[in-house]
Design a protein around this ligand. Structure first.
Ligand code: ZN
Length: 197
């Protein structure tokens, strides 16, 4: 774990949906208790959307970022998400299923992508190996974004299936990430982790 920084926390502001910007009529709609009034995106996916814009340094919503036709090369790994309708419009993007769940092997050369969004993290069995493999295909300075399901009490433990706990960011630092930022929401329904290569 060299040059490992402790995680920084980014919370979703109460300014509205992180996909379309519509301000919810009740506080609970911001993150997960109801879908967005404007675009219908669930709160958990809004957290992921904020992770994407945070990872690329875009100050606005996901929809405004997509509309700007960014040059970001985005690889999505794993399960479909409610954001795919937006992200499919990016000029340079691809989506792959995870062929090898154990190591999360990816059929791309080193440093091929600016951002890798990993949405099947809950099923990955060897987190350090999967993190290292995902970071391998990220351009230096780019980021790996993961959307884990976490337990609020247990710590991460290797077992038959990994239980992702409040130390879920540790394997990312062990895999060589320069730092990890955590995107959270209030009320808390999901986390997105941004590991910078
Ligand atoms: Zn919305």
């Amino acid at each position: 774990m060299q040059n490992a920084a402790v995680p920084a926390f980014v919370s979703i502001p109460a300014g509205g949906c992180s996909v379309c910007g519509v301000v919810p009529s009740t506080r609970g709609q911001i993150a997960g208790l109801a879908d967005c009034d404007g675009c219908g995106t669930p709160g958990t996916a809004q957290v992921l959307a904020r992770g994407v814009t945070e990872a690329v340094g875009w100050p606005g919503t996901l929809s405004s970022w997509v509309a700007a036709a960014p040059r970001t090369r985005l690889l999505r790994v794993g399960d479909p998400t409610p954001l795919d309708g937006w992200l499919d419009r990016l000029p340079s993007t691809a989506m792959v299923e995870l062929a090898d769940q154990e190591a999360g092997r990816l059929a791309f050369a080193d440093a091929t992508w600016d951002l890798v969004a990993h949405t099947s993290w809950p099923r990955v069995r060897n987190l350090p190996a999967a993190a290292a493999e995902a970071l391998r295909v990220v351009q230096p300075g780019g980021s790996l974004l993961i959307a884990p399901r976490v337990a609020t009490a247990a710590l991460t433990e290797p077992s038959e299936v990994w239980h992702l706990g409040t130390d879920v960011w540790v394997p990312l630092l062990h895999a060589g990430a320069r730092d990890v930022r955590i995107v959270a929401s209030e009320p808390s329904v999901a986390l997105a982790l941004i590991a910078r290569r």
